[in-house]
Design a protein around this ligand. Structure first.
Ligand SMILES: Cc1cc2nc3c(=O)[nH]c(=O)nc-3n(C[C@H](O)[C@H](O)[C@H](O)COP(=O)(O)OP(=O)(O)OC[C@H]3O[C@@H](n4cnc5c(N)ncnc54)[C@H](O)[C@@H]3O)c2cc1C
Length: 284
């Protein structure tokens, strides 16, 4: 059996390690053990269920996460649209905190037989800063997030709201509630914070009054597809999509399942086109 060295121990790298172990390969997982701050909340789409089951990760992840049962959106409309997540094509998703998700996936990869170490990588999973050549799929963005204690009225909700210069989102996992403001990348930190303050003044009515005084985290996001697909690349190191899609984690898991598939590159290109089209329509 081949020994694979997976470089990068985020969701994509851990999932790839599990997929390779399921195919009876020896796996070395080479990572930095990065832990996101508490309240780094993301939506794990219901579409991810199939990949989670295939990888043997479903029970451990889902038992820890809060189902996202309601999507509340105001996107260029006067009033809010409230949609039960059960009506989504793949059913409800889950609100996960990257603070626990990444360490959990590392532990599950280890339990599946992946060993920590280093070596010449056969699978690249180093995220959106991975070296390589890229085809842009849309503009780069930056998200500013403030975390507050869970809010009863937002528990298990995803809120998305467009504004003139960016968009708001909120996710609440029953422990914390993260309010995020996403804008096109470019301005420096001071201008981004000024943009956050201006947006706060006219933002959704659910924004807490003291949000202005909270510590902010800034996360850049890219929207692009790599053009060099060897060695195997998974997750954001292969394809990163606009955070509004809520599919980055799902693509990371689904790509990991396919990481040795000869049609992996074709699948990635198809996903890239689909996501770029959908982002163009959403932002039009
Ligand atoms: C603001 C924001 C909001 C988002 N919201 C959502 C959402 O709601 N739903 C969703 O599905 N997706 C969301 N995403 C996308 C999601 O975060 C990514 O798609 C996901 O993190 C991809 O996982 P990954 O493992 O490919 O990359 P990463 O999570 O970036 O993991 C890469 C790992 O590799 C490690 N690494 C890097 N370089 C090296 C190296 N040289 N050697 C060893 N290790 C290395 C890093 O430390 C890191 O742990 C969001 C992204 C952003 C920026």
């Amino acid at each position: 059996m081949t020994t694979h060295v997976v470089l990068g121990d985020g969701p994509a790298g851990c999932a790839a390690a599990c997929a390779l172990r399921l195919a009876s390969h020896d796996v070395v997982l080479a990572g930095r053990g990065r832990v996101h701050p508490p309240g780094t909340l993301e939506l794990l789409s219901g579409r991810a269920a199939s990949a989670l089951v295939t990888l043997g990760l479903y029970d451990a992840v889902v038992s820890r996460a809060l189902p996202c049962h309601m999507i509340v959106s105001r996107w260029g409309t006067a009033s809010y649209d409230e949609r039960p997540s059960l009506l989504e094509p793949f059913g409800h998703g889950w609100i996960v905190d990257r603070h626990w998700l990444d360490p959990l996936l590392r532990a599950l990869a280890r339990a599946a037989g992946a060993v920590p170490g280093s070596g010449v990588p056969t699978v690249i999973a180093t995220g959106q800063n991975a070296a390589g050549e890229w085809r842009p799929l849309g503009p780069d963005r930056v998200t500013l997030t403030a975390v507050v204690p869970s809010r009863e009225e937002l528990r298990g909700h995803l809120l998305v709201e467009s504004a003139t210069t960016g968009w708001w989102s909120a996710l609440d996992d029953g422990v914390r509630c993260a309010f995020s403001w996403t804008v096109p990348a470019g301005p420096g930190r001071a201008e981004l914070i000024a943009s956050w303050r201006r947006a706060l003044a006219v933002g959704p009515s659910v924004l807490p009054a003291d949000l202005d005084h909270r510590e902010l985290t800034l996360r850049p996001s890219r929207s692009r597809l790599t053009t060099n697909l060897g060695p195997a690349r998974v997750g954001d190191a292969a394809l990163s999509v606009d955070p509004l899609s809520g599919h980055g984690l799902t693509l990371a898991l689904e790509g990991a399942v396919r990481c040795l598939d000869p049609d992996h590159a074709v699948w990635l290109r198809g996903q890239a086109e689909e996501h770029a089209d959908s982002a163009r329509l959403t932002y039009a």
